[in-house]
Design a protein around this ligand. Structure first.
Ligand SMILES: [Zn+2]
Length: 57
């Protein structure tokens, strides 16, 4: 029985801590995701899982 690796990527809605913009981000983003409004970092890549900086809604 072969098991296909299942991607555990999820979408998260994150609220920017500086301007309260709500934005959808991947929880396994491998790049820094920036706020579309104020360019504040919303996630930072950290081994497989992204570190979410903003508030998760
Ligand atoms: Zn912002």
């Amino acid at each position: 029985m072969s098991k296909i690796p299942y991607p555990t990527t999820k979408f998260l809605k994150v609220k920017c801590t500086s301007c309260n913009n709500e934005q959808i981000v991947f929880d396994s983003a491998k790049i820094v995701v920036k706020c579309n409004v104020c360019s504040e970092d919303l996630t930072q890549p950290r081994g497989g899982k992204a570190k979410i900086i903003g508030e998760i809604l």
